[in-house]
Design a protein around this ligand. Structure first.
Ligand code: NAD
Length: 340
């Protein structure tokens, strides 16, 4: 029976990398009935609809799973980020972003294999902002709750336990943000006490950034609040080859949305040059989530084979191939593996 999955191609490079990813899932032989929603974000607003149309939420609530391309957010004005709205409306509280060296891809560090667990619904993304016109003062409130902190930290420890990982680092700024980061750290220490077999430590965010770009191999699972987690995941994406290759998932108790770490990349949109690897790796996470580990493994194996061959790679990783040439070379490899 076909899986029913919501598809949000997004905008910018979204439709290009999404088409490439669908081709790979198809080559892996997974039968999916996609519920495709193209009208979202700016496209929806231009048609007089909300940036996040209700039918998108209805679809994910019905299928339980979505594959999503990036969606542009206007800077400093305009509608609230659709990405943030989706995470909050569906309570997708765990943003899981694995950063592991892809064999065959040349990076300054060998053997990096860490995962960022970012709290995805509160902190500085709570949307509590104010600008006092008269005083010319702007405020953004970072709301950190006991419930929100506990569930992401516990999610991180549970993930570590289930996946044979043995080290959790909590990133914070509790020396300055004594209430918000302080609460997150206190709860981290409480939850850590329930997992004695997992080494737990904490790092001040700025020092952690320095250590990550010097010795990334010393880290395993890193859990943090919303904004720190977002910045850390772009930093760690850079350690393993860049935004073109880094996957992510947004997980809640009821729904899951799989998307790359990167944004809509307006500088290269529409040129057929974007690297679809990040969304393809997000699709691998999705296939594992829905219970198709063999297809996920075949796609990963084919990706490694393609990168090791050094042929048909996109410009961001040193090649000259277009998005569609990359997709064709990869889908050939996936089909061969699946048929073997
Ligand atoms: P970006 O990730 O879109 O781009 C940063 C740089 O990385 C650019 O030079 C871009 O060309 C490059 N890049 C990104 N993805 C690539 C790929 N697959 N292949 C090759 N190169 C790639 O970040 P930005 O420019 O800060 O953001 C652009 C827009 O995307 C903004 O509106 C932002 O709000 C939005 N955004 C959306 C999401 C999301 O939908 N989840 C995430 C981040 C940013």
């Amino acid at each position: 029976m076909a899986y029913s999955i919501t598809l949000l191609p997004g905008d910018g490079i979204g439709p290009e990398v999404t088409e490439a990813t669908l081709r790979i899932i198809d080559a892996a032989g997974v039968d999916v009935e996609w519920d495709r929603h193209r009208v979202i974000g700016q496209t929806a607003v231009e048609r007089g609809r909300p940036a996040l149309p209700p039918d998108v939420i209805d679809s994910i609530q019905s299928t339980g799973v979505a594959l999503k391309g990036p969606i542009t957010t206007p800077v400093g004005q305009g509608f609230t980020s659709v990405n943030v709205q989706l995470r909050q409306r569906l309570d997708l509280y765990a943003n899981v972003r694995p950063c592991a060296t892809l064999p065959g891809l040349d990076t300054p560090f060998e053997g990096t294999d860490l995962i960022i667990f970012r709290e995805n619904t509160e902190g500085l993304y709570s949307g509590i902002e104010n600008f006092d016109e008269r005083l010319q003062i702007a405020d953004s409130i970072a709301r950190v709750t006991k419930k929100g902190s506990e569930r992401i930290i516990r999610f991180c420890f549970e993930y570590a336990k289930k996946n044979g990982r043995d080290h959790v680092t909590l990133a914070h700024k509790a020396n300055i943000l004594k209430k918000t980061s302080g609460l997150f750290l206190d709860i981290g220490r409480e939850v850590a006490a329930e997992y004695p077999s997992i080494t737990f430590d904490d790092e001040i965010i700025d020092a952690l950034c320095m250590k990550l770009v010097m010795k990334p191999e010393e880290y395993d699972c890193i859990v943090s609040t919303n904004l720190f987690g977002d910045i850390l995941s772009d930093l760690t994406a850079g350690l393993v080859g860049g935004l073109g290759v880094t996957a992510g998932s947004n997980i809640g108790d009821d729904y899951a949305v799989f998307e790359a770490v990167h944004g809509s990349a307006p500088d290269i949109a529409g040129q057929n040059v974007a690297n679809p690897t990040a969304l393809i790796r997000s699709a691998i996470l999705m296939l594992q989530h829905i219970g198709e580990p063999a297809a996920a493994d075949a796609i990963y194996e084919a990706l490694v084979d393609l990168y090791q061959s050094g042929d048909t790679l996109t410009a961001d990783v040193g090649g000259e191939a277009s998005t569609s040439e990359f997709a064709e070379a990869l889908s050939d490899r996936v089909s061969r593996l699946v048929e073997a």
